[in-house]
Design a protein around this ligand. Structure first.
Ligand code: SF4
Ligand code: SF4
Ligand code: FES
Length: 255
């Protein structure tokens, strides 16, 4: 017989019941519409369940406690990249971070990602990030007439840039980069990852142009190989390795 959530085991626990716990979220708030806008932190204490993520807790606050709490999210399943935030001091996607995996004995801090202007609460202005992304021309560049059939590629050629196709443009990498914090002019790892995706694509003909863009003083040479970006990437992309491959391609002109 299938157990239901209302059945009780011999020990008295509900079979299949999801354990609940109390958790406090310490959220950095910022309202640009107040007379002298200043960031401040606000605590919210909630009862949540073992299957809940930080995003579920934010939804609960917004829907039940304070409708003014402002954050981005769309897919809720780690695909759209819109809910990157600093959770306990580390860049993560709120929809991929289970509360039970965090230390619940103290408040969980939730802050906007660093290095981009805060617009409201957990929402930052992503435009500087996307401006760098656009600069590396993240699209297939070809010359000549359009082919009459698919542009063929071997499995090995496709493998060459497979890792960097996984980027969801969440900005976790760029906004965990100390060089980007110090100087927002640096292209940042996400833009380089997306340049890599096309530079190493055998069908693309814009590699030389992209390498020259990234050879700029704000390009790949600013990277100090600290691996923060690789550690922060929720897609597990080897970001620092991709940057090193682009550096090598600039020097050797082989890609
Ligand atoms: S490895 Fe380079 S791009 Fe990545 S965080 Fe460090 S300095 Fe920034
Ligand atoms: S490389 Fe990873 S961390 Fe950076 S934007 Fe893409 S998915 Fe996000
Ligand atoms: S809401 Fe889409 S990645 Fe988290």
């Amino acid at each position: 017989m299938t157990a239901t959530v209302t059945e009780r085991s011999a020990a008295g626990d509900a079979i299949g019941e999801i354990p609940s716990f109390t958790v406090t979220l310490r959220i950095e708030r910022f309202d640009p519409d107040t007379p002298s806008p200043t960031p401040y932190s606000q605590d919210f204490t909630l009862t949540m369940h073992g299957t809940d993520r930080v995003l579920d807790a934010l939804h609960k606050i917004k829907w039940d406690l304070d409708g003014s709490l402002t954050f981005r999210r769309s897919c809720a399943h780690g695909i759209c990249g819109s809910d990157a935030m600093r959770i306990n001091g580390r860049n993560r996607l709120a929809c991929k971070t289970l509360l039970k995996d965090l230390d619940l004995s103290k408040p969980i801090t939730v802050e906007p990602i660093k290095g981009l202007p805060v617009k409201k609460d957990l929402i930052v202005d992503m435009e500087p990030f996307f401006a760098s992304y656009r600069e590396v021309m993240p699209f297939l560049i070809t010359t000549g007439n359009a082919p009459t059939r698919e542009r063929l590629q071997s499995a090995e050629q496709r493998e060459r840039f497979d890792d960097t196709t996984k980027c969801i443009l969440c900005a976790c990498c760029t906004t965990s980069c100390p060089v980007f914090w110090a100087d927002g002019q640096y292209f940042g790892p996400a833009a380089i990852v997306n340049a890599h995706r096309f530079i190493f694509d055998s069908r693309d003909e814009g590699g030389t142009q992209r390498l020259s863009i990234l050879n700029d003083k704000e390009g790949v040479w600013r990277c100090r190989t600290t691996f923060n970006c690789t550690d922060a990437c929720p897609r597990g992309i080897e970001v620092t390795k991709a940057i090193a491959e682009v550096k090598r391609a600039i020097v050797t002109r082989t890609y």
